[in-house]
Design a protein around this ligand. Structure first.
Ligand code: PDD
Length: 277
């Protein structure tokens, strides 16, 4: 396959990064993952805005403007003749002798991007999944989409080993998000999700689903809620670029939401699918 390396298109076998790259040594970088439907990047502008915000928060200079990046990603999709799948890209602070503080003289950041083709409807679990409820041990800037994902990786692995598809994380009993996704619950007809503060990543799918809810006239409350509320919810679902809207029907040993996808989840799912077809 073809990859993007800074401003160049290379064969995947040429995609090599320096051993002293700060992304490799410190996780000092940012990333985005977005979905391609019918050859077109979905919600591209929102992803680019979030990238710019992540860069600002880490005081990391993007190698070139996001308009040019979008053109390059478009070329990458065409080079790989991909109709459906993912685009993943990341930018690190660059390669220099290892020292925690930023380089004194500016160095070149390193941007890499690749695609992964999927079937049209791959990884959709519209019939519902099982999750595990785990401690959120991550740092306090979960709003930045950084390459530092160890808290997410460990929880995701733990969930897998417990026979679950993902984890729902909580801090001292307050539900935050999943390891790769945001969490929504429905109670008495109201859609409830953690506010977009430093405890969660403000998912692009989260933003989109909130817009769909508004369009459909579903009341929304962005507020914190406890694990006890989650377990007593009428409906629970996850959102992300990968899973879109996925109902949660079991949390550890407990069935939730009556064990089947609820009406509000289904309405949002349907509206979502109509928008991406
Ligand atoms: N993950 N929360 C976390 C911790 C995430 O890692 C993600 C996305 C989301 C949902 O964001 P979005 O709707 O923009 O995909 C929420 C991506 C897909 C990943 O790490 O591969």
């Amino acid at each position: 396959s073809t990859i993007l390396y800074n401003d160049r298109f290379l064969d995947r076998s040429q995609g090599k990064v320096d051993m002293e790259d700060r992304g490799y040594q410190f996780g000092d970088g940012i990333y985005e993952a977005l979905r391609v439907y019918n050859g077109k990047m979905f919600l591209l502008d929102l992803h680019m805005k979030r990238l710019e915000r992540s860069a600002r928060e880490l005081r990391l200079a993007l190698p070139y403007a996001t308009d040019h990046l979008a053109e390059n990603l478009d070329k990458l999709i065409k080079e790989n003749a991909m109709d459906y799948g993912y685009v993943y890209f990341q930018i690190t602070r660059g390669a220099i002798a290892r020292k925690h503080r930023f380089p004194e003289q500016p160095i070149d950041t390193v941007l890499t991007a690749s695609v992964e083709a999927t079937d049209k409807d791959e990884d959709l679990h519209t019939d519902g999944i099982k999750v595990s409820l785990l401690d959120d041990i991550r740092w306090l800037r979960c709003d930045i989409k950084t390459l530092n994902l160890l808290g997410n990786v460990l929880a995701n692995q733990e969930a897998f080993e417990r026979g679950a598809d993902d984890a729902i994380l909580h801090r001292d009993g307050v539900v935050t998000e999943g390891t790769t996704c945001n969490v929504f619950m429905v109670k008495d007809g109201v859609l409830i999700t953690h506010p977009a503060d430093h405890f969660i990543l403000n998912g692009i799918t989260r933003i989109f689903v909130l817009q769909l809810a508004e369009r459909l006239g579903i009341p929304v409350d962005e507020r914190t809620y406890t694990t006890a509320e989650l377990l007593a919810a009428d409906e629970v679902f996850l959102t992300s670029t990968g899973v879109r809207v996925t109902p949660v029907l079991q949390i550890d040993d407990r069935q939730v939401a009556g064990g089947k996808p609820g009406p509000i989840t289904n309405r949002l799912l349907e509206a979502f699918n109509q928008d991406v077809e």
